[in-house]
Structure formats: C-alpha cells, structure tokens
Ligand binder design. Structure first.
Ligand code: FAD
Ligand code: SIN
Length: 518
C-alpha cells in the first residue's frame, strides 16, 4: 500500500510529538511509533528538564555547565542557541498544560543534578517524562491533520537508492522520499511517501545488556540513516547512568534518578564505605561519567556486582513527595529506601552521538530531519549534562518545524518510488537464530565496550561482531522481514559504529575512556 503525506514523522517521544503538533497546522501528518505511542524513553524520564527559570540562575551559567560536561567537544554556538531558547520552550509546554511541581510560594520547585551549578531542573515529581508525554499525546490525538500509526515499524528510509541509482556518502543531492514501514498488525510492508521526513526514533540503550531504556530503543533511526549514507558521528560517547536499580532479573533496569543524589543520597560500597571522596571533590554530584567510572572502579576493587545508594538521610516525607515512583518500586521488591540501603549499578542510558544535523535539524540527506536522542546536534559533546536531552529535543524540533513548513511549500511527492519487493523470501521459523544473536551482541558490548575500554577489548568486540553481522545479513537477505530481525540488524549496525568510532578516538574524553589512552 502507498500512503502519501506532507510530513512523515518516525517516533512519538518528545521530539516527534512536539514537532508533529506544530507542523500539523501546515499540512497532513503521518506519525508513527513501532509500539504503542506511549512506549518511549520520554515517558520514563524521571529527573526533569533543565531550563533557566530561577532569578539566581543565568543562561551563561547553564551554558558553562553544559560546556564543562561536554569536555571540549560541544559546539558552543549550538549550546548557546539551545540554552537561550530554554525559557521559551518551557513556557510553551506549560501553555499546553504540562504541570511542573511548585513550592508553597508558587515558585517552581527546581532540582539540582550532577554537573549543574544551580537549581534549574523542572520536574513533575519523579514522573516528568510521563507528564510531558501525556500532555503532548492528548493534543496530538485531538488534531484533525494528524494520523497516528501505532505498531508501525520503519525499516528503511527511501532515497535514490530505491530508484535503482548507486549512492554513496559523496552523492550530491542525496534525498529522502519517505520510508518503508512494516505494519505489525497487518504483517505488510507499506510505502509512506512524504515531502519531508523527520527521524525521532530515540536512543539505542538495547545495544547493551543492561540499560535504563525501554525495549523500543534499538537505534533504528541511526542505523537507517547510516545505511542510507547519511552522516552519523560521536557514537563512541555512550552515557552510563550511575544508578540503576540492581535487580538482575528485570529488563529494562529501573532508573534511580540523579535527583535522589541531588536531594542528598550518598554512594557506598558493600562494606559501607562512602567512596566518592576518593574520586572527585564534587562527590555524588560530579558529572555522570565521573560517578559511573567511580562506581565501576569500586566494583572492580571489591569484586562486587553492585554498590549501595544510601538515601536514609533524606526524610521519608521528601522521599514520598518527590520520589513516589522510586519509593514504591523499591518497596515492591522489599526495599524501604527510607530505612534500607538501595543496591545500584551503572546502566547504558543515553547516546550523545547520532545523526548529524545542522541548526535547523536538517541531516546530510535532503528533506530528512532528525531530532531528539537519535540526533547529534553538538549540544552534548563528549558527555551530556543531566536533564539537557528533553530540552534539546524541544528546541531542535521547534527549529525543524520552522524550516520544514517553508520547505514543504516547494516540494513534491516522488511517485516513482516502487513498492517494497519481498518476492522469493522465506519465513524464518527459528526465532532462536535472532534471540541468541541479540544476547551475544549485548553481552559483547557490555563486556568489551562499556564504561572502561581497551584496545584489546575493542578488537575482540569487533571480531566477534563481524561473525554475527555476516550471519544476520545472510538471514536478512533471504527471510520475510520481522521487527525482531530488523532490530537485530540495526543493533549490530549501531554496535559497529560505537566500536569503530571508539577505536578511532585515541584520547580519553568525556564518556570515552580507554586504559590504553592513560
Ligand atoms: P523517545 O522518547 O525514546 O521516542 C522514540 C520513538 O521512536 C518511540 O515512539 C518509538 O516507538 C519510535 N521508534 C523507534 N524506532 C522506530 C522505528 N523503527 N519505526 C517507528 N518508530 C520507531 N532526559 C532528560 O532530559 N531528563 C530526564 O529526567 C531523563 N530521564 C530519563 C530516564 C530514563 C529511564 C530514560 C530511559 C531516559 C531519560 N532521559 C532523560 C533521556 C530522555 O528521556 C530521552 O533522551 C528522550 O526522551 C528521547 O526522546 P526522543 O523523542 O528522542 O525519543
Ligand atoms: C535522572 O533522572 O537521573 C535522569 C536524568 C537524565 O537522564 O537527564
């Protein structure tokens, strides 16, 4: 089936939804999610969204904090334009109806997280993302120009390659005509033809065995754009959140927000020794890479597979008021965080790199935009400052909207695009071929390409991935497509990018840390 639209949007997190709501006043929108619309990282965001709101704060302070966290690799112009737009974008969210916690005085109750020199994180208890997703989806569902396609999995973006032309990274005027999409309910591959396409497919935490990301985060957008010969960078900078709940049988790992450390929780090893002093004078509120490495080092010294977060100095009232979800979750597995030590372990959390975009969220492929975690704007550099990612998505989706509504006026649909060719393909009946390979990739990435890397580990990861890559391509080329197989292929592509870019970076910077660069 062929479906035509002005604006095709892949993803229903903060990036896709905030963009959809704005462009919908200028044309027809097809908005896709591979699972239910709510199943996004956005929906699970806890700590909040960073913005300059307090009179004690300033754009300059937030800019400096972002630049310091980024360890010299941020694009300063992007940092400045993003932060100076923060107040406007927050006002817009509030005007949509998003509720952020306030003090009795009526002022916003701002939190502080690692790397921030001021209290500037707006939050809705520990469910900030859910509040944002809720309000945006509510408005999306009311908009007459938006058709929401849940359970629609984008397989590949369409370019001249699908018209039979040979393309490579130097092809001039490489352009996007839409996407091939697997409708999971119909089990059919549809052709979505669009004047402009937005990739807002989120992160890639599931490349690793332990992640805070929901299962939908398999790096599909980055893999699709890389396959289409678009430019991707900084993939070596994977942020591991220092504190996910240590509960090995559960996937994804439940996040223990940094805001808990902001409220005074301390890290100790299993002997009860508080250790952050040994690693950084900013203690528990040092930037994430520092805290995650400190925990990793502590676990290696002691041989333990987790450390503890001690929340007992935080009053029970504060815990219940500010962290009701975290409190209830821990209690559900028998841990009362007002009395008991909380076992935590670092987990893959955020991808700082991604699809390279300019100031208008335009990718290197014409008529193709990217926003949110799948993109690389230059804001985060080598390490993202906590709570800057929801903000980045809002700012760049806004800029993409301003650009796209002008661009769309002069663009046509490319009618020559052929329908997906699935002839001669056989049904892959052995899921084990996919599930086992997935586990292998995740184990390889966690064991060899985690918080601390080395040349030897990266080489091992590359060699092992190469075997799985060849097997998977062979399977992909002869099988009828399933989401699981396409996701595995995407995860392998992203893992390959993380490994090769890590091998190329011969310095320790931000989140990339190798013992060979010491
Ligand atoms: P997402 O919200 O992840 O949405 C991705 C969308 O893309 C989904 O709709 C998915 O179905 C769709 N999709 C993916 N692949 C395909 C495909 N092939 N076809 C069709 N659709 C597809 N950041 C902060 O700033 N503050 C926080 O407090 C915070 N807390 C966090 C807590 C957790 C547990 C996690 C996991 C992340 C947190 N982050 C936080 C990071 C932040 O939530 C994410 O970076 C951000 O929400 C990403 O938004 P997004 O719109 O780019 O993608
Ligand atoms: C958290 O609440 O600790 C997550 C914040 C973030 O990832 O920015």
């Amino acid at each position: 089936m062929k479906i035509q639209t002005d604006f095709l949007i892949l993803g229903t997190g903060i990036a896709g939804l905030s963009y959809a709501l704005k462009v919908a006043d200028y044309g027809k929108v097809c908005l896709l999610s591979k699972s239910s619309a709510e199943e996004t990282s956005t929906n699970y965001a806890q700590g909040g969204i960073a913005a300059v709101i307090s009179a004690l704060d300033s754009y300059e302070k937030h800019i400096q904090d972002t630049l310091i966290a980024g360890d010299g690799l941020c694009d300063e112009e992007v940092v400045r334009l993003t932060i100076s737009d923060s107040t406007e974008r927050i006002k817009e969210l509030i005007a949509y109806g998003a509720q952020f916690d306030r003090k009795k005085s009526g002022e916003f109750d701002l939190a502080r997280e690692g790397g921030h020199s001021e209290f500037r994180v707006l939050h809705h208890k520990d469910q900030t993302g859910h509040e944002i997703e809720r309000i945006l989806l509510e408005k999306i569902r009311q908009h007459p120009n938006i058709t929401l396609y849940e359970n629609h999995f984008a397989i590949d973006i369409i370019t001249q390659h699908h018209l039979g032309q040979t393309v490579n990274r130097r092809t001039p005027d490489l352009q996007c005509y839409g996407a091939y999409v697997l409708s999971l309910n119909e089990n059919r591959i549809d052709t979505f033809l669009a004047k402009t396409t937005m990739v807002a497919t989120g992160g890639n935490g599931n490349v690793y065995a332990t992640t805070t990301n929901p299962v939908v985060a398999t790096g599909d957008g980055v893999a699709m754009v890389a396959r289409a010969k678009g430019i991707v960078k900084n993939m070596e900078f994977i942020q591991f959140h220092p504190t996910s709940l240590y509960h090995p049988q559960e996937k994804p790992s439940f996040l223990i927000s940094e805001a808990v450390r902001g409220a005074g929780a301390k890290l100790c090893n299993l002997k009860g020794e508080y250790f952050m002093e040994k690693y950084d004078s900013r203690l528990e509120l040092a930037p994430r890479d520092v805290v995650a490495r400190a925990i990793d080092s502590e676990m290696k010294i002691t041989g333990d597979d987790h450390v503890f977060l001690d929340c007992r100095k935080i009053s029970k009232t504060t815990l219940l008021q500010h962290f009701p979800t975290i409190y209830a979750k821990c209690l559900s597995i028998g841990i009362d965080i007002s009395k008991d030590l909380l076992p935590v372990v670092p987990a893959a959390h955020y991808s700082c790199g991604g699809i390279v975009v300019d100031h208008n969220a335009c990718t290197s492929i014409l008529h193709l935009y990217a926003s949110g975690e799948c993109s690389c704007t230059g804001l985060h550099g080598a390490n993202r400052l906590a709570s800057n990612s929801l903000l980045e998505a809002l700012v760049f989706s806004h800029r993409a909207y301003l650009h796209a509504v002008e661009a769309v006026k002069t663009l046509d649909i490319c009618e020559e695009v052929p329908e997906w060719n699935g002839e001669d393909m056989v049904l892959n009946e052995e899921m084990i071929l996919i599930t086992q390979s997935l586990k292998e990739v995740q184990t390889i990435m966690s064991s060899y390409v985690g918080i601390v890397r080395s040349d030897l580990r990266l080489k091992r990861a590359f060699d092992r991935l190469d075997i799985i890559h060849r097997e998977t391509e062979e399977l992909y080329n002869r099988s009828i497509h399933s989401m699981q197989l396409a996701e595995l292929r995407n995860i392998i592509k992203v893992a390959y990018l993380i490994i090769t870019l890590s091998m190329e970076r011969k310095e320790n910077r931000g989140l990339h840390y190798s013992i060979n660069n010491l």
